[in-house]
Design a protein. Structure first.
Length: 520
C-alpha cells in the first residue's frame, strides 16, 4: 500500500480494497472537492502540520455541535463565528470538515481492522479484513460521535492515537454484539467447550485470574475432553449431553497419563477433573459475553496521550516491524530460536521444553532454567527491537525499561506468527513430498458436495472420509515429529511426549488447507 506522505493526501483521499484475489491490494481514491479545499487551506498556513489541521476540523465540528444544541434548547437561531464565516471559502462547513477528518482517520481504521482480524482469528471464515475495515469506517464517517470526548485544549493529546483506541474498541464491541454473544447462547456447556479454540480458552482462563502454570493443567483437561468426548450429534445443534461417568473416568485416566510423562507424580481425581472442566465452562461463558462499552460512554477511554512507544505498538503488524523481528530472530543463538519455536510455535510449556531439550542443552534441565534463558532472550530482543526502530525513527526516545516493556506484547504477537509460519512451512514441505494433497482435495470436494443438491454420487462416504482424514493426520504427525527432531538435532522420539501439541498444530494446519481449498 502506498503511504500518504503530504497534508493534501492525508485529508482528501480514502482507502478502498481492490481485487480481493490480490493480497494487500489497497488503493487510495482522491475526493476532488476535499482536495481543492485542503490545498487552499495549506496554502494559507504552509507550516502547519497534520495534527494542527485535524484539530482545526474537529474544532469546527465541535462548535457546530454546540450551536445545534443551543438552538434546540433556545428554539431560536444563534449565530457563531463559525456560522458567520460559513459562506467564506477560507472556512469549510461542518460537513466538509467532517469529511476531511474521515479521510485523515483512514489509517486508524485500517490499523483497527488489522488488529481485529488478528484478534478474532476463529471468525476469519466470516469476517475478512475488508469487513472489519468497513465496521471501523462506519464509526469514523462521520467522525463527530467518535471524537466527541476528545480533549482539544490539551496540547499533548493526539487525535489519531485517540481514534485508534476508540475504533478498535468499536470494532470489538460490534463483533461481540453481533456474532460472539449469539454464538455463545446456542451452545450447551460441553458444546461450548467443544467449540472453543486453544487460544480462546487460554485467554478466558487468564481473564479469570488463573496463573500460567494452572492454565496448562486446565488446557490439558480440555484437550483430553476433546479426544475422549465425541457425541454423535450434528455440529449445527451443539446442545451436547452431559458426559457420562465413563467419559469422565477416561478423561481422568488420559489426563494423569499425560501428566506422568512430564514427571508429575500426583494423581488427579475424577471429581477434581469435573471441577476443572466447570471452571473452563464458566471462563468460556464469561469470555464470550464480555461487556462492551457503547460509543456514547467513551469518556473513560485511556491512552489519550500516545507516546512514541504507542506509535510502535500501533504499527507492529507492518511489514517493516515484522522484517526487523525476523532479522533479530535469525541472528539469535540457536537455543533461543528453538525455545521460541517450541514455546510460541508449538505452544509447549516451559516444563515441556525442559523435558524435550534436556539431552541437547545441559543448561536447560529444569523449568526455572528455561524461564531464566527465556527472560534473557526476551529482554535482549526487546532492546534490539527498540534500537533498530530508533534508527528508522530518530524521534523515538528510549527512556527506561518501562518503555521497552510497553512493546513486549506487540513483539510477542509478531514472534508467535513468525514461529507458527516456520512450523507450517515444515508441514508444507512434507506435503510436497507425499501424495496427500490429492486426498485433502478429495475431502474438500466431499464437503462442497454435501452443501449442494446431489446429482452424481459422492466420491467418498462419511466413514471413508473420516478414515482418510485420520490417515492423513497420523502421517503428518509422524513426519513432522521426525523432521523437527532432525532440524533441531534432537534424539529420535524426543518429541513423543508432546505429541498432543503436535497433533493440535497439524489439526490447525489441515483445517487451514481445507478452508483455502474450499474457498477455491
Amino acid at each position: 500500500m502506498k503511504k500518504r506522505e503530504d497534508i493534501v493526501e492525508k485529508f482528501s483521499t480514502f482507502l478502498s480494497f481492490g481485487n480481493a484475489n490480490i493480497a494487500r491490494n489497497l488503493i487510495w481514491h482522491t475526493d476532488p472537492e476535499l482536495e481543492r479545499y485542503i490545498k487552499r487551506l495549506v496554502k494559507s498556513e504552509p507550516e502547519a502540520n497534520k495534527e494542527f489541521w485535524a484539530r482545526y476540523f474537529l474544532k469546527i465540528l465541535t462548535e457546530a455541535s454546540h450551536l445545534q444544541r443551543r438552538e434546540a434548547e433556545n428554539k431560536k437561531d444563534t449565530e457563531t463565528p463559525i456560522q458567520a464565516n460559513a459562506g467564506k471559502s477560507s472556512v469549510p462547513s461542518s460537513s466538509i470538515a467532517g469529511r476531511h477528518l474521515s479521510a485523515y482517520l483512514q489509517e486508524a481504521c485500517l490499523w483497527a481492522s488489522q488488529k481485529s482480524y488478528q484478534r478474532f482469528k476463529f471468525l476469519r471464515h466470516k469476517y475478512p479484513l475488508e469487513e472489519y475495515f468497513q465496521i471501523a469506517n462506519s464509526a469514523a464517517n462521520p467522525p463527530a460521535k467518535l471524537l466527541k470526548n476528545f480533549y482539544l485544549d490539551h496540547p499533548q493529546t493526539n487525535i489519531e492515537g485517540y481514534a485508534r483506541t476508540a475504533l478498535l474498541r468499536f470494532v470489538s464491541n460490534t463483533i461481540y454484539r453481533q456474532d460472539i454473544e449469539a454464538k455463545r447462547d446456542k451452545f450447551s456447556d460441553y458444546g461450548l467447550l467443544k467449540d472453543l479454540t486453544n487460544k480462546e480458552l487460554r485467554e478466558a482462563l487468564t481473564y479469570q485470574g488463573i496463573n500460567n502454570n494452572q492454565i496448562y493443567s486446565y488446557c490439558l483437561v480440555w484437550q483430553c475432553l476433546n479426544e475422549i468426548y465425541e457425541p454423535n450429534q450434528s455440529l449445527v445443534n451443539s446442545n451436547f449431553k452431559y458426559p457420562s461417568e465413563t467419559h469422565f473416568t477416561q478423561i481422568t485416566f488420559r489426563y494423569n497419563q499425560r501428566k506422568n510423562k512430564i514427571n508429575s507424580s500426583t494423581e488427579t481425581s475424577v471429581d477434581k477433573i469435573q471441577d476443572m472442566l466447570s471452571t473452563c465452562i464458566k471462563a468460556a461463558r464469561d469470555y464470550r459475553t464480555k461487556r462492551f462499552l457503547p460509543l456514547e460512554e467513551y469518556d473513560t477511554i485511556s491512552d489519550l496521550m500516545p507516546t512514541p512507544w504507542d506509535t510502535l505498538l500501533q504499527q507492529e503488524a507492518s511489514e517493516q516491524v515484522q522484517f526487523i523481528i525476523w532479522q533479530l530472530f535469525s541472528n539469535m543463538p540457536e537455543a533461543g530460536q528453538i525455545i521460541f519455536k517450541l514455546l510460541l510455535g508449538l505452544n509447549l510449556t516451559q516444563i515441556e521444553i525442559a523435558a524435550v531439550l534436556k539431552s541437547k542443552y545441559p543448561e536447560l534441565q529444569k523449568q526455572y532454567q528455561v524461564a531464566r534463558h527465556l527472560a534473557r532472550y526476551n529482554k535482549n530482543l526487546l532492546k534490539d527491537l527498540a534500537n533498530e526502530w530508533q534508527k528508522i525513527n530518530p524521534e523515538v526516545c528510549l527512556n527506561d525499561d518501562k518503555d521497552i516493556e510497553r512493546i513486549k506484547d506487540a513483539m510477542t504477537e509478531c514472534l508467535q506468527s513468525l514461529c507458527q509460519n516456520l512450523l507450517y512451512s515444515t508441514l508444507d514441505k512434507i506435503e510436497q513430498q507425499c501424495n496427500h494433497s490429492k486426498k485433502l482435495l478429495t475431502l474438500t470436494n466431499e464437503i462442497n458436495m454435501r452443501k449442494k443438491p446431489r446429482i452424481e454420487p459422492l466420491i467418498v462416504d462419511l466413514s471413508e472420509a473420516s478414515n482418510m482424514l485420520r490417515e492423513i493426520k497420523e502421517h503428518f504427525i509422524n513426519c513432522f515429529q521426525e523432521e523437527l527432531e532432525i532440524n533441531i538435532n534432537l534424539p529420535k522420539q524426543s518429541l513423543k511426549l508432546v505429541e498432543d501439541k503436535i497433533e493440535i498444530l497439524v489439526d490447525e494446519w489441515i483445517k487451514g488447507k481445507l478452508y483455502v481449498a474450499n474457498k477455491g
